[in-house]
Design a protein around this ligand. Structure first.
Ligand code: MN
Length: 293
């Protein structure tokens, strides 16, 4: 394992000025497997009366994946789901053909810390029916004195119940005391390791929260040394076969498909339904940067 790449996060904002670090997509690394978007939000402490508020917005062609570390967020979507997500839980929303949703931290929840990712759907699943799943049943176990939580895929003989549409992994690792752990890798997968809290060494290279470590395909195992109190997120997958287009909250395979989704959102089309939240702001897409065919 010698070609570890450093991907620095860039400052970004969501939902009325909540600052975060965005690690995917970036020029030097668009995706890791089907993982096409990776935000590390917080930890932040909101001033009284403030919080995260993300108004109604649409998605197509992807799944949104939320891994909660601190705080409580209400998810409301156009399928009629209303779900609070709490620490140690995962929300997995499949946009497929089209969905819209809002995300708001609960008023009593003054802190927020989460990882939010998108998973691109392969072309044959790109327009499947939308769905939402809340996972409070995450498998958690100890290995080499590190606490592992399997969020997506298979590891150590366990299989996550999160339904995804390409070979993927998401594994959370937490060490109370300084520990070194060797993890088995799938040689066909590329991987990213993000420090959520603390610091780590991968094969003797030091990383903190500001940089994502990228591991190319071909690895059999990796040695992670976690400082006391460190938590990291390992994601992986088979390099995605098809180039995707990402625009605003849409993933697709043609500009036409994305422009159509945007026009339908702007027209209030039935495709994206409506979120049963009367006070929700409706987010406006940025103007398309290309001429339509
Ligand atoms: Mn969203």
């Amino acid at each position: 394992m010698n070609q570890i790449k450093r991907i620095p996060g860039r400052q970004a904002e969501i939902g009325e000025g909540m600052a975060l670090l965005r690690f995917l997509p970036q020029r030097q690394q668009r995706m890791i497997g089907a993982w096409c978007f990776l935000d590390h939000a917080g930890p932040v402490e909101f001033a009284a009366g403030h919080g995260m508020r993300v108004g109604a917005h649409p998605h197509i062609g992807l799944q949104t994946f939320t891994w909660m570390l601190e705080g409580e967020v209400m998810h409301t979507d156009s399928l009629g789901n209303q779900q609070i997500i709490r620490p140690g839980q995962v929300n997995l929303m499949t946009a497929g053909y089209g969905i819209s949703h809002t995300e708001d931290s609960l008023p009593a929840s003054q802190r927020l810390h989460a990882a939010q990712l998108w998973i691109a759907l392969p072309p044959e699943f790109s327009a499947i029916a939308p769905a939402f799943a809340h996972h409070a049943d995450i498998a958690v176990w100890q290995e080499q004195e590190v606490q592992l939580s399997l969020l997506v895929g298979e590891y150590g003989g366990r299989t996550s119940t999160c339904r995804v549409y390409s070979p993927l992994l998401a594994l959370d690792l937490k060490a109370a005391q300084a520990q070194t752990i060797r993890l088995n890798l799938v040689p066909a997968f590329e991987y990213g390791v993000l420090v959520l809290k603390g610091s780590m060494q991968i094969e003797n290279q030091t990383f903190d929260e500001t940089e994502l470590a990228y591991l190319p395909v071909g690895g059999q195992e990796v040695k992670l040394s976690l400082a006391a109190g460190t938590q990291v997120l390992l994601i992986g997958g088979e390099p995605f076969a098809q180039p995707i287009l990402m625009w605003w909250n849409f993933v697709g395979y043609s500009k036409h498909e994305i422009a159509q989704a945007q026009h339908q959102w702007e027209a209030g089309a039935e495709r994206f339904g409506s979120v049963a939240k009367p006070d929700a702001r409706r987010l406006v897409a940025p103007a398309l940067l290309w001429r339509e065919e």
